[in-house]
Design a protein around this ligand. Structure first.
Ligand code: DTR
Ligand code: CA
Ligand code: ZN
Ligand code: ZN
Length: 434
């Protein structure tokens, strides 16, 4: 590391103290309470809707697939996410002779083998600006993503957001995303949450009845607020969650209603009038005036609650676990050391996505090279020397394509400290076989 000698001495002394205390602090477990989601300021969500309205007004009155207003909407959302520290990707596709785009935003960190996604379609119909359909969902998940960054939330699971193109043409963008995701990557998505029309001016509070755990997360949240909900009955196939559900991924979501009429019983339950939930559905009057602030606020907060709840803990790995929790001291700027696990009883080769959970306590991980060594001696570099800088500790699950390696035998975690001053130790090393 490259600190001045004086600061190094302080850092080393501090590290030693932390090292002593570390043993006294129980490791976090799945049973630990999940951090509470922050309130999502509805004023921020409404500002995003105002901006989307301005984009539509400056681009022929809509934000539809293949029109300039759509790409301008995507660029607007992307810029805010890039500034907040997200890793964004624009995925391009063609539909009805026009180029379409999906925006994917990954929040760095979390278990890469357990991904929670939240998504909304960003396109409107050609007849209007699409502020409720679906600026409302797009703006709500944007503000939730910004709240994750603002609060520095570190989810246990990996968190990803998606803004879909060409939903109005038949879920085209989300289908393209799911169909082009390798099967191994699709298998990592533990849940997809969809938000399409969540601010209808005459709102109902509908919860998708797909995955029971996701449904319960939303229903419990609204029950805690004393807001009655109903199961969304017409949703199947009607929005982007269908693309994920058709691939076997657990889905859920929220909806406040479209052109259907609110019944008198529902008026009793939610207020409003026995007219359409959104009389401007797919019309030019779907503007910023076509929003219920209460519904937008409640659903934005419900989204944040679900994101924090569903990403707050990792689900214990299924499969056969081989772990070594013995501490192994890492000599400063010295020889490599190893921690070993002896794998037995597994048939055939290791998987193409072998989870390698590594926990190393160290005060400057940039000093370290970390490798997995298969029983036949083949080394797989998990972390190269010089990466990670002055950060403390490694607590990461790497994924290794070990499909060319026989599973049974002695596997090693090999660690070498290649720079003077900072020191540390291997705390634990775990392999999980399916
Ligand atoms: N198809 C969606 C609107 C829509 C209609 N019914 C549902 C049920 C659940 C979610 C969305 C919808 C659109 O026009 O974008
Ligand atoms: Ca709020
Ligand atoms: Zn629509
Ligand atoms: Zn929609």
């Amino acid at each position: 590391m490259n600190l001045s000698a004086h600061r190094r001495a302080l850092v080393v002394a501090g590290a030693a103290l932390v090292g002593l205390l570390a043993g006294a602090v129980p490791a976090a477990t799945a049973e630990d309470a999940v951090a509470a989601a922050p309130d999502i300021p509805v004023a921020n969500v409404k500002q995003h809707l105002t901006d989307l309205q301005s984009i539509a007004s400056a681009n022929g009155g809509n934000r539809a697939h293949g029109r300039t207003g759509y790409r301008a909407s995507l660029d607007f959302v992307k810029a805010k996410l890039d500034a907040a520290g997200y890793t964004t990707t624009v995925q391009q596709f063609t539909s009805s002779g026009a180029t379409g785009y999906n925006l994917i935003a990954d929040w760095p960190g979390g278990d890469p083998n357990q991904v929670v996604m939240a998504g909304s379609h960003l396109d409107s119909v050609t007849s209007g600006p699409g502020i409720n359909d679906n600026g409302s969902g797009s703006a709500a998940i944007l503000e939730t993503a910004l709240a994750v960054a603002r609060t520095g939330y570190q989810p246990a699971k990996h968190l990803r957001f998606g803004w879909w193109g060409a939903e109005e043409l038949g879920l085209v963008g989300s289908k393209y995303y799911v169909n082009n995701l390798p099967a191994a990557e699709r298998a990592k998505i533990s849940g997809y949450l969809n938000f399409d029309m969540i601010g209808s001016p005459n709102p109902g509070y509908f919860v998708y009845d797909d995955d029971p755990a996701i449904e319960k997360t939303f229903k419990d949240h609204f029950a805690g607020l004393g807001v009655p909900t109903e199961i969304e009955t017409e949703g199947d196939g009607r929005s982007d969650h269908a693309s994920f559900k058709n691939a076997g991924i657990p889905v859920g979501g929220l909806f406040t209603g479209a052109s259907r009429t609110k019944t008198s019983a529902q008026v009793q339950k939610w207020g409003g009038t026995a007219t359409a939930f959104d009389r401007c559905y797919h019309s030019s009057c779907d503007t910023t005036a076509n929003i219920s602030d209460t519904a937008l606020d409640r659903n934005s907060d419900a989204i944040a609650h679900a994101v924090w709840t569903l990403t707050g803990t990792t689900t214990p790995p299924t499969g056969t676990v081989f772990e070594n929790t013995a501490d192994v001291s890492i000599p400063d700027n010295g020889a490599a050391v190893t921690s070993s696990v002896n794998v037995t009883g597994i048939t055939g080769n290791a998987p193409s996505s072998l989870p390698v959970a590594v926990n190393i306590v160290h005060t400057y991980i940039g000093d370290l090279q970390v490798q997995l060594v298969a029983p036949d001696g083949t080394a797989y570099t998990l972390k190269a020397y010089g990466t990670g800088g002055s950060a403390d500790n490694i607590n990461t699950t790497y994924t290794v394509n070990a499909s060319s390696e026989a599973a049974n035998g002695t596997w090693l975690l090999r660690v070498q400290d290649n720079a003077a001053i900072d020191t540390g130790y291997i705390n634990s090393f775990r392999l999980t076989f399916p």
